[in-house]
Design a protein. Structure first.
Length: 330
């Protein structure tokens, strides 16, 4: 059925026609909401609000812009409202038995960050003005950097530099002017340029180099081989643990943190997965009863043949990756 027929049926109240009409955009809209909010849960809520608003407002859609642009307008403004109104999830206390972590390098600002499963990612076409590659536009480092931008700057940068909408389109989405959009974009780009650059490019996803490096990490972590683990880290490796606010930067302090984990006798089984276009592992703490219990997800950021960042998320995210809460110890 052509789009025009679907539109007519949807405007007449046909729910199936409406679902067929918006289906091509559903996943890319969810990814957009995730970039805006940094949380899978919040992104899904914003997506549902967007689809409800689109359904209720379809009769008023005048088709002066494309359906995709209209949906992005609704989604962006729903995300901006969520960022203004929502109380972000609170930081959690450190509660690992028998492990006293070293003093953190600093306390993180973005404790609500959550990983995005690669199985949900859609390689949506980016516009002609997009400045970021698809992989970088969903990486943990990029999404984290977005979260500390002022909301309007964040929206403008994502719409212009990630999705490639023209300045006039963005101004229409935000009920703003082209000059205002241009100014906000300039400030957002300047803020992102202050991010530290990666020392070396990451190996290609699924490449032999990536597989070899992640296999070395898994062997070192599962066997609690601290020396082997430390040998895989860059000098300026960065470690964070949302929603625990502790952040560690530098090989020495990350090594001390891992030494405390291994020294307490904690041993893990790892299950490979992917998040944010990056290699990741479900982590399971081995128990005395032969069962390993899920403790969370580790997401690795790679630079050349080393690991430049390790981000640990709690076990609430395991089901999003199709991973069980527990499994038999190996």
């Amino acid at each position: 059925m052509v789009t025009g027929e679907l539109m007519s049926k949807a405007r007449a109240g046909d729910g199936e026609a409406f679902r067929a009409l918006i289906q091509p955009y559903r996943v890319e809209l969810q990814v957009h909401c995730y970039r805006m909010l940094g949380s899978v849960q919040d992104a899904e809520d914003a997506l549902q609000d967007t689809l409800l608003a689109a359904w209720q407002g379809l009769t008023g859609f005048e088709e002066r812009a494309s359906l995709r642009t209209w949906l992005y307008r609704i989604a962006t403004n729903r995300c901006l409202n969520a960022r203004r109104a929502a109380s972000r999830r609170q930081a959690k206390e450190w509660d690992v038995p028998r492990v006293e972590p070293p003093e953190p390098t600093r306390l993180g600002e973005v404790v609500w960050l959550q990983p995005y499963p690669d199985t949900l990612l859609d390689q949506a076409p980016l516009g002609p003005e997009a400045r970021y590659e698809q992989a970088e536009s969903v990486s943990l480092a990029f999404v984290t950097a977005l979260q500390v931008l002022p909301p309007r700057q964040l929206a403008v940068l994502v719409l212009r530099d990630v999705l490639g909408f023209h300045a006039a389109e963005v101004a229409g989405m935000l009920d703003s002017t082209v000059d205002s959009v241009t100014s906000a974009l300039k400030r957002a780009r300047a803020a992102l340029r202050r991010r530290p650059a990666a020392a070396a490019p990451a190996p290609a996803p699924g490449s032999a180099a990536e597989d070899a490096l992640t296999a070395k990490f898994a062997r070192a972590w599962e066997s609690a081989d601290l020396d082997a683990l430390v040998a895989l880290l860059t000098d300026d490796v960065f470690m964070s643990m949302p929603p625990i606010p502790f952040e560690y930067e530098g090989r020495d302090v990350v090594a001390r943190f891992c030494a405390g984990i291994f020294g307490a006798g904690r041993r893990f089984d790892l299950v490979p997965t992917r998040a944010n276009g990056q290699p990741a592992f479900g982590a399971y703490l081995r128990g005395a009863n032969g069962i390993s219990h899920g403790t969370g997800i580790y997401v690795l950021t790679l630079a050349g043949d080393r690991i430049s960042a390790l981000t640990r998320f709690d076990n609430a995210v395991l089901p999003w990756f199709g991973l069980p809460r527990s499994l038999p110890s190996r």
